[in-house]
Write a protein that binds this ligand. Sequence first.
Ligand SMILES: Nc1nc2c(ncn2[C@@H]2O[C@H](COP(=O)(O)OP(=O)(O)OP(=O)(O)O)[C@@H](O)[C@H]2O)c(=O)[nH]1
Ligand SMILES: [Mg+2]
Length: 447
Amino acid sequence: MRAVEAARGLLPVRRVVRIGVTGLARAGKTALLTSLAANLLAAGAGFPALPAFTERLAGRSFRAALAPSGSGELPRFDHHTHLAALADDPPHWPARTGAVSLLALDLTIGWRGYATPLPPRHIRLELLDYPGEWLLDLPLLTQNFDTWSAAALKRLDGRPEARDFLAFSHGLPATAPADEPLASAGHALYRATLERQRQAGLSMLQPGRFLMPAPGPQPPWLAFFPLTGSSPLAGLMEDRYDRYRTQVRADLVAPSFGQIDRLVVLADLLTALHAGPAAFADAAAALSDTARALHWQMRLPFLPDWMSGLAPLFGGIGRVAFAASKSDHVADRQRGNLANLTATLTATPHVESRAFAIASVRCTEDLVWTLDGRPISAVRGRVAGEARAGRSYPGEVPDRPPDAGFWQHPFLALPNFEPLRLTLAGRAGVPHIGLDALLTFLLEDLL
Ligand SMILES: Nc1nc2c(ncn2[C@@H]2O[C@H](COP(=O)(O)OP(=O)(O)OP(=O)(O)O)[C@@H](O)[C@H]2O)c(=O)[nH]1
Ligand SMILES: [Mg+2]
């Protein structure tokens, strides 16, 4: 087997590796794709942009180029515009992105020692910006409508954002008819609740396509909401929920989304720590549920019939990196805690997975700050719109899910730091933390 693999590696064919990069809105997906591409291009041009990756190449030649658009059906990731934003004076952040997009790079890796004269290997690296909201639909595949409704309603219990929806749902008679105006009204109220919860910083917002709809017109079966009981209306909601799950399954194997070989799941845990215990618990649940759904799918040696459509996607994902993003908001020692916290929330013992604390676009440098006579590991960076660099220490990052004691002291809001200025308009790379380790893990078996 190994001989076959080795022989395949010797052939000058191009191997395609597709990495899905996912995370909820604002998790840092666009920043990651932009920075990773810029740093791969820079490393290929000889700049020391990805030290751990270059070390792993151990002297083999390496080149990288953006791949031409070709005729693929996925929209292209607009790398030039996003990098231009970071390279601007003053630098600014790339704009928000909505839909799925793909960035492709051609990597050429040579050989070393006796093998040096052999033709180099060609790898097409495809990076897919994949909405994390859709990943939150994975747990639905294993829950029937009753179970999902009970869990969703429990999450809404006592939440101010859900007042109108809960008033509506409590007012429904036990024999509510399967009536379209009722279904649409309930759906609109439920969707508005999810919107408000997102604004309140919550993450466990299902179904994901309610907040991040697929392109095109909205099909009528999308109009459902969680409802327990055995009324005709509940029957209609159940039918629509099942239709929704069929669509989730179909999307997973569609040529545009399927064939993901490796996955990066980004989570902005530092912002969740600031948002307070409820928001943190919710973000942690979203991350753990995703990890569990992935874990469970990948562990199955064979899939039950109704799930067989998933095999091409999940059978194929060989590696998952869970990464806490924006870790340049805290100093080095805290970043270790952040990686440990991420690892605790995403433990997937049977899958090749690893936890990281990264910053795709580093904005700060570490410094020791003396506060009340005590040294504190803080960071310094320029806050957008301010003339001078400022210091920041949001608080101690816990290395495991925080207990009640942690919440006694507020974890401060993260300042909106400006990216560091780029040299050579980004051609020498984008300063980052840990992208090289992340990339080396994702491509380890190919290097
Ligand atoms: N300090 C710091 N801030 C970051 C970093 N990455 C992202 N951010 C901040 O987070 C914001 C969101 O990052 P994006 O990369 O646009 O996030 P996204 O996941 O693509 O968001 P959507 O396109 O809205 O889904 C940025 O505008 C920055 O303010 C980082 O490495 N360091
Ligand atoms: Mg984006």
